[in-house]
Design a protein around this ligand. Structure first.
Ligand code: ADP
Ligand code: MG
Length: 430
């Protein structure tokens, strides 16, 4: 995919509308119990830092930078906890220059602020989602945004799977370019799909299979081996006839009722479809392409804090249904699976990882996620990490910085890896 990348001749001396993703977690803390004011701090500024390269490039070329972004899911402008004002302060610290926060998104107030700002200045407009028209991709709202500038730059890959006014609509009225971070994300994800260094190992886990089923299906075609852990493994275990007791499992989508999907059936079909692929290093050990846990760590509750209540269950052994067992939840991959996954990852040429292997937030169920993270960063492979909770886990285990690429794009990245053309990328294609 060849993108029109932002460049000197397109933006010099221009007013540039930059769609960024500043949907960052905020920390609200009261300064003193008696003072009503609260200090709002940005807890995780990865997405803000990702936009700096493009902003600095624009500033260097005397452009006027008008940033637009969304934050959370506000109902209306009275939801002041969704104001982007604290983000403007944070950005200003990172840029070492003032960032003017504009309490309006479109209209006379916004226009005046933009017109009066000198070239080389940075403005951040108020939350796009204070206007319901944003999510509706309303053409009047898109036009109002476009009116503020001469050129549009999309630097929000993580919002580009949404057909919103600031992502799609606005590109009908302004010349549109791809920002540097967006371009990097696209080329990294595309490199997984086009000729990844082999063996290409995909590691998938996490909570909700509905988020991931598209990526699982598409990546299964491309990968040499797909390792499956986390709660999504329960669909595979169930499909293969294993007892999962009270384990968390998302059986069917009730969200998209128009096209109900039976996730356990899909898992079973995928296993069957790729039953005996021969992969792995020189020996070509015959393995199925999709590998789900051969043993698990189980406990009666997510909040179990006593090692005595935790047990490893070997799924290849016949399990008698004692009363005690029927109360169990599978909360991590087991020791044999850890060893198998480590072995496979160690021989990989490329690894893409999304989704924790277990409930890593509880130390009793963290070993699977920790060992997979360790195996990936210790491998010689090109490594790509994605998923909010997965990044948090890798960060917690001190492995995050050792990945070649960390994708903070969440759902957009998974949709891209489902083989879909994202609506926000389409207008940026050369
Ligand atoms: P990401 O944000 O990286 O895409 P998800 O949101 O899909 O990941 O899933 C993350 C959560 O899944 C973790 O925080 C973890 O607690 C939960 N999880 C992982 N394994 C299990 C399991 N076996 N049972 C229940 N929850 C699980
Ligand atoms: Mg998550």
């Amino acid at each position: 995919m060849q993108l029109k990348i932002v460049n000197v001749s397109a933006i010099t001396n221009k007013t540039v509308l930059v769609r960024v993703d500043y949907n960052v977690p905020l920390n609200l803390s009261a300064t003193q119990p008696t003072v009503k004011d609260v200090i709002v701090r940005v807890k995780d500024d990865r997405r803000i830092r990702d936009s700096l390269e493009t902003i600095k490039f624009l500033l260097k070329n005397q452009a006027k930078v008008v940033l637009i972004a969304h934050l959370g899911r506000p109902k209306n402008p009275a939801d002041t906890q969704f104001s982007l004002e604290p983000v403007a302060k944070h950005l200003s610290q990172l840029l070492h220059q003032p960032v003017q926060f504009v309490p309006k998104t479109v209209g006379v107030g916004a226009q005046k602020a933009v017109t009066e700002a000198p070239p080389g200045s940075v403005l951040l407009l108020e939350n796009l989602r204070f206007h319901p028209e944003e999510k509706k991709n309303d053409p009047v709202f898109a036009k109002a945004l476009a009116k503020l500038a001469d050129v549009y730059v999309n630097e929000a890959f993580s919002a580009s799977h949404r057909s919103h006014a600031s992502i799609v609509g606005v590109t009908r009225y302004l010349p549109a370019y791809a920002g540097f971070a967006l371009t990097r994300e696209v080329s990294t994800l595309a490199s997984l799909m086009e000729k990844p260094k082999k063996p290409f190992v995909v590691v998938l886990g996490g909570a909700k299979i509905s988020d991931k089923v598209g990526a699982i299906t598409y990546l299964s075609k491309l990968a040499d081996i797909v390792l499956i852990g986390g709660a999504i493994a329960n669909n595979f275990l169930k499909a293969e006839g294993f007892e999962i007791y009270r384990s968390f499992v998302e059986e069917a989508s009730n969200v998209k009722a128009s096209q109900p999907q039976d996730y356990t059936a899909i898992a079973g079909q995928l296993v069957d479809q790729y039953k005996t692929e021969k992969i792995l290093k020189d020996g070509y050990i015959p393995l199925p392409k999709l590998i789900y846990p051969i043993d698990v760590v189980a406990a009666p509750s997510l909040e179990t804090h006593s090692q005595n209540q935790v047990q490893a269950i070997d799924l290849s052994h016949d399990m008698a249904d004692t009363d005690e067992k029927t109360q169990l939840l599978y909360l991590d991959i087991g020791p044999k699976t850890r060893k198998l996954f480590t072995e496979i990852i160690t021989g990989a040429g490329t690894v893409f990882w999304n989704g924790p292997m277990g409930v890593w937030e509880n130390e009793l169920f963290a070993a699977g996620t920790r060992s997979v993270a360790k195996a990936i960063v210790n491998s010689e492979a090109k490594t790509v990490l994605g998923g909010g909770d997965t990044i948090a886990a890798a960060h917690y285990f001190h492995y995050e910085h050792k990945f070649d690429y960390v994708s903070v794009a969440g759902g957009a990245a998974l949709e891209f890896l489902s083989g879909k053309m994202l609506p926000g990328l389409k207008p940026l294609v050369e």
